[in-house]
Design a protein. Structure first.
Length: 124
């Protein structure tokens, strides 16, 4: 079972404006190159989800392979909504680990996202 390493470091602020809130914007998002989708997920959606759960604004780093897989699966089918759902799930898992006193880093592998990516309620 492969797992991706997620490291939370509260030392930076998200630097990308809120992406693609409109239907037209989501269509643009689907057409973005994978690297740009990854940047939106990594630099905006994950930190936003952390802040929404009451955690400090921070920079979340995860394995490139996991970001690539998320961008490909969620970004292609559901635009920013799918990526947002994944970011929220990842932030919730991180917050749970922190509240339980688990040591960081938090391990969150691609296989853990299957239930979110394959479920209809992910794609609002």
């Amino acid at each position: 079972m492969s797992r991706a390493l997620v490291v939370v470091a509260c030392d930076s602020t998200p630097g990308i404006d809120p992406p693609f809130a409109s239907v037209a914007g989501r269509a643009v998002f689907r057409a973005l190159p994978p690297d740009d989708k990854q940047a939106v997920f990594r630099d905006y959606l994950l930190p936003e989800a952390m802040v929404a759960l009451g955690m400090s604004s921070g920079d979340i780093r995860l394995a490139d392979g996991l970001v690539t897989a998320l961008a490909a699966k969620a970004g292609t089918d559901a635009g920013s909504l799918g990526l947002r759902a994944c970011a929220e799930a990842l932030a919730a898992e991180t917050l749970r680990s922190v509240s339980e006193g688990s040591a960081l880093p938090v391990h969150f592998g691609e296989e853990d996202l299957h239930r979110f990516l394959s479920s209809d309620d992910v794609y609002e």
